[in-house]
Design a protein around this ligand. Structure first.
Ligand SMILES: NC(=O)c1ccc[n+]([C@@H]2O[C@H](COP(=O)([O-])OP(=O)(O)OC[C@H]3O[C@@H](n4cnc5c(N)ncnc54)[C@H](O)[C@@H]3O)[C@@H](O)[C@H]2O)c1
Ligand SMILES: [Zn+2]
Length: 384
């Protein structure tokens, strides 16, 4: 625990039924003259941008749509989007999408300049400056990217993913409208939902955990344990979906204040080299890493158990085991693969995974139990 807490929040958050209608007040408040609407073609086809576009039209604010932000974007694709965006003359970005769209949009808000490129930011994220305000509207639940100063890009030449972190990437406004997640197909709800679970438990067991991050991590954990399965399997359960939307947002806030740990660190090379979706690669590593960490985090797992589960476990050891078992139960119930072979990765390059995983020191330093290359190898061996 440390005494200086890094809590960062978006300046405005609108939530609840019809939250999207607040976009018109945001446009007026910011004196917006032109909007760049970031999304992906599928989301636009599903009608998820319709209400925002109607608000923009009613307000008489011109807008251009960028609907080809790629899933889990490589950095060069983000640079291409930024080059297009720069020519548009927009003074507000509205991003409607999952973590991929939001991260691309966040980066474009700091790339409306020719002073540096996204590649330069990979080398030195400190130079990022915000040129255009941003409104984040998440459609998955989720990455919590709407609440973080992070943007994650794939770096193909290194076969991994890297997080660019700078306060300039924080959203100015966030709109959590339940309509965005109410028709999430179970497949799109489950991976990002386990990502939320990982954010909550990793932040709660991070070396940087503190009373502020704990508040958000525990609320996120409780909401996720109570609602993730329902939100995936009960398509009419709007309350569970709304709860997961909040859980995801709280998880993002916990990330800003504490940071994720070895699950996320070891997961990035799986995404970078084998294109395993972010939520799935985390889900695969969650239980092995929690079991590995248990000697160092049993007290924290027991605290989480007391707060969220209220079962009949008595000792710290029993409570820690029960907490891990409950998380495992969720991963199994959601039918997320537990081995990379189930995703077609039959002969993974473990030497590469160990080397690339160990490079994620930004996150590994948050892990309560130090991870050696031998530990990383043993963890990767469990998931092949
Ligand atoms: N910036 C951060 O703090 C942060 C945190 C965690 C993860 N991430 C990044 O976010 C990305 C993953 O984002 P994600 O898990 O939200 O998924 P995603 O944005 O990659 O989207 C996955 C798929 O789901 C579809 N989809 C999204 N919303 C939908 C909806 N409402 N209905 C139907 N389909 C929908 C998309 O069109 C896409 O095909 C990764 O690149 C990951 O590294 C960022
Ligand atoms: Zn994540």
């Amino acid at each position: 625990m440390k005494d200086k807490y890094d809590l960062k929040l978006p300046k405005e958050v609108y939530s609840g039924v019809d939250a999207m209608q607040n976009l018109s007040a945001i446009l007026a408040e910011y004196g917006t003259t032109k909007v760049a609407l970031f999304t992906d073609a599928m989301l636009r086809k599903l009608g998820l941008t319709q209400e925002a576009e109607a608000v923009l039209q009613a307000a008489g604010v011109p807008y251009e749509v960028i609907d080809d932000a790629p899933v889990e974007p490589p950095y060069a694709a983000v640079q291409a989007l930024a080059d297009r965006f720069r020519g548009m003359g927009a003074d507000l970005i509205v991003a409607i999408g999952g973590g991929s769209v939001m991260d691309a949009a966040k980066l474009c808000s700091v790339l409306a300049t020719t002073d540096y490129t996204v590649k330069d930011l990979l080398d030195d994220p400190k130079q990022a400056q915000k040129y255009v305000k941003t409104v984040m509207v998440p459609t998955t639940a989720g990455t919590g990217a709407e609440a973080t100063p992070n943007a994650i890009v794939a770096v193909p030449e290194k076969d991994t993913k890297i997080g660019i972190v700078n306060n300039a990437l924080m959203a100015d406004a966030v709109i959590l409208d339940v309509k965005m997640v109410q028709n999430l197909p179970p497949k799109v709800a489950s991976g990002p939902g386990v990502d939320t679970l990982c954010h909550a438990i990793e932040c709660f067991t991070s070396t940087k955990a503190n009373p502020f991050s704990d508040t958000f991590a525990l609320d996120s954990l409780q909401l996720t344990l109570d609602n993730l399965e329902k939100s995936c399997f009960d398509k009419d359960n709007l309350e569970a979906k709304r709860a997961m939307q909040l859980a995801s947002f709280y998880g993002g806030i916990a990330i800003t204040a504490a940071g994720t740990t070895a699950v996320h660190a070891l997961s990035y090379p799986l995404g970078g080299k084998y294109h395993v979706p972010h939520g799935v690669s985390n889900a695969i590593l969650l239980i092995p890493v929690m079991k590995f960490n248990k000697p160092a985090i049993a007290d924290r797992l027991a605290l989480a158990y007391d707060r969220c589960i209220h079962g009949d476990a008595v000792t710290v050891d029993q409570k820690a085991d029960a907490m891990i078992e409950r998380m495992e139960q969720i991963v199994v119930a959601l039918k997320i693969p537990t081995k990379v072979a189930e995703l077609g990765v039959t002969d993974p390059d473990i030497d590469f995974l160990v080397e690339a995983g160990m490079q994620q020191q930004r996150l590994l330093v948050n892990n309560m139990r130090p991870v050696t290359p031998e530990d990383a190898r043993a963890l990767y061996e469990q998931i092949i």
